[in-house]
Every structure is written in C-alpha cells, then in structure tokens.
Design a protein around this ligand. Structure first.
Ligand code: AMP
Length: 282
C-alpha cells in the first residue's frame, strides 16, 4: 500500500491511474478505523479498480469546545487494517498541507444544513464540505463512499455534487452496528462500561419509533416525545436533538406520510453519539 502525505504526490498517483483508464474509489475518513469504515473501503475495492482511503482529522469541522485534541487516533492499526484489506493508497495529509498559511476559501451548503447536526454544530458542515471538495479535487475519484450513519452529511455531499456539477458518483452504505445495536463510531471509545449500556438506548429508541409508526402512529410530536422519554430514562444521556424529518431537506415533519428520517444526537459522557433510520409509510 502506498502511503502518500502530500497533495502533489496524491495528484500524481491518481492522475496515473485515471490515465491508464482504470477507475478510482475514494473513502474519506478521520481514522481510528472500525468495521463501518472498512465496509466502505471493501465496497470501493469491489467496485473500483483502485481505492484510496484518506485519514485526516479535519480541524475545520470541529467547534472550539469539541474534541479535536482528544479525537482517537491509531495510525499504525489503521495502516495494518487497510493493507490487509487491499487498499492501494492511504492519503495522510498534514493540517499544513490541507490548509496552508493564508487559506480562506470555504464551501457552504445552505438550507439543509440549518437543521439537526448543522443547528447544533454551526461550522460543522462548512468544514466537511470544504475538506471533501478539496479531497475530490486532489484525488479526482470516479466514486466516493460515505456511510448512512452520517445521513445528513451524505445528503449534503450529494447536494454539493449536484450544485457544483462534480463528476463523482456518491455511494451511500448502510450503518454497521455492534452486536448490541450501537452504531459503530470512533467516538464509542470514550464510553465507560455503564455509558456503553446507556448508549444502546439510541438504537432502542429508533426501533421503538419504527414499531410505533408500523402500528399506525403518524404524529411526529408523539414519536419524538416517546423517544425522549425512553432515552432520558437512562440518567446518563442528554438529548441534543430528536428529529423526524424529510429525508432530503431535513426539515421537521408534522405527520408521517411517505418517507421520513428519524434521527437523533445524544451526549453520553464525553461522547456525542448520532444514529438514524429511514422509514417509509406506504
Ligand atoms: P468518520 O471517520 O467518522 O469521519 O467517518 C468516515 C466515513 O465512515 C463517513 O462516511 C461515515 O459516515 C462512515 N461511517 C462511520 N461510522 C459508520 C458506521 N457505523 N457504519 C457505516 N459507515 C460509517
């Protein structure tokens, strides 16, 4: 596996692949890889001739009071996993490489970023779209792979690709979960034993919401408050948001008809956890 640290080297490597007529897949990550990340890399390996995984803990998507400095890292373990999988290149830019002195250009998607995570973390999506657009320009992949775990992020990136006429296919893949239902996340590492049990309430609440909806409940207000009660029963959990929203624009719904996303963000100890599911009322 090639380990590439500069923008120049990454451009040279990917240009050679494109010029040889082969397809290139990109999997952007912040590292501390788990099965969720690896499922994206596997999909890229299975569908593209060559795969690049990037690891970059992007400072521009963290708020000043967030966990940038303590975000978990284990580059050696990540490198071993990617090598074992058969990834062709690992792109590991430094902060100076991505944001050199004087950097001042940002990508801002409006509207859909006013809700959910965009509301709680005001600079988050601006940081994400800026770094992802840079990665798309540097690597110029044919396809890029993202997880539905970050469903709003996935749709924001799809919107950016449409709005800016980018030639990259965006592939969204299902949430990979631990055996107990907790969505895999690098931040799960922050959870102590009891917090880990509390964290299971996110997935439990989503499943309960799905059941209520299947049984005919269409009032979003009732679903949200029922979910909140389930989660707050676990003393250690602090709800940031619970949303039942439109799956593309992320605007809150009043009634469920057709497709909807149920999404939530909950602080458990030091970990801010998110989870979601897509539901359909026929
Ligand atoms: P991150 O390193 O957290 O920025 O995530 C990198 C990519 O992996 C994003 O596209 C995430 O949506 C995806 N991802 C993270 N956790 C999971 C998961 N449990 N299942 C599927 N994809 C995931």
């Amino acid at each position: 596996m090639n380990i590439i640290k500069t923008v120049g080297d990454m451009k040279t490597w990917s240009r050679a692949i494109r010029e040889s007529g082969k397809t290139l897949g990109l999997v952007p990550t912040m590292g501390y890889l788990h099965e969720g990340h690896l499922s994206l890399a596997r999909k890229s390996i299975n569908t593209c001739d060559h795969t690049v995984v990037s690891i970059f803990v992007n400072p521009k998507q963290f708020e000043p009071n967030e966990d940038l400095d303590t975000y978990p890292r284990d580059l050696e373990a990540d490198r071993r996993e990617l090598e074992r999988l058969g990834v062709d290149a690992l792109f590991l830019p430094t902060e100076e490489e991505m944001y050199p002195e004087g950097f001042q250009t940002y990508v801002n998607i409006e509207g859909m970023t006013d809700h959910l995570c965009g509301k709680s973390r005001p600079g988050f999506f601006r940081g994400v779209t800026t770094v992802v657009l840079k990665l798309f320009h540097i690597v110029q992949p044919h396809s890029a792979f993202f997880g539905e775990k970050d469903r709003q992020q996935l749709e924001v990136i799809r919107q950016m690709v449409r709005d800016l006429n980018l030639d990259v296919e965006i592939v969204g893949l299902p949430i990979v979960r631990e055996a107990d239902g907790l969505a895999m996340s690098s931040r799960n590492r922050y959870l102590g034993k009891e917090e880990r049990e509390t964290a299971q309430s996110l997935n439990r609440a989503l499943k309960q919401a799905q059941q209520w909806i299947a049984e005919g409940e269409s009032s979003v207000e009732k679903i949200r408050s029922g979910m909140r009660t389930l989660i707050e029963r676990e003393g250690r959990a602090q709800v940031d948001y619970i949303s039942v929203c439109d799956p593309k624009r992320f605007v809150e719904l009043k009634e469920i008809r057709g497709q909807a996303v149920v999404a939530l963000a909950v602080q458990v100890g030091k970990a801010r956890l998110i989870d979601n599911c897509l539901i359909e009322r026929i």
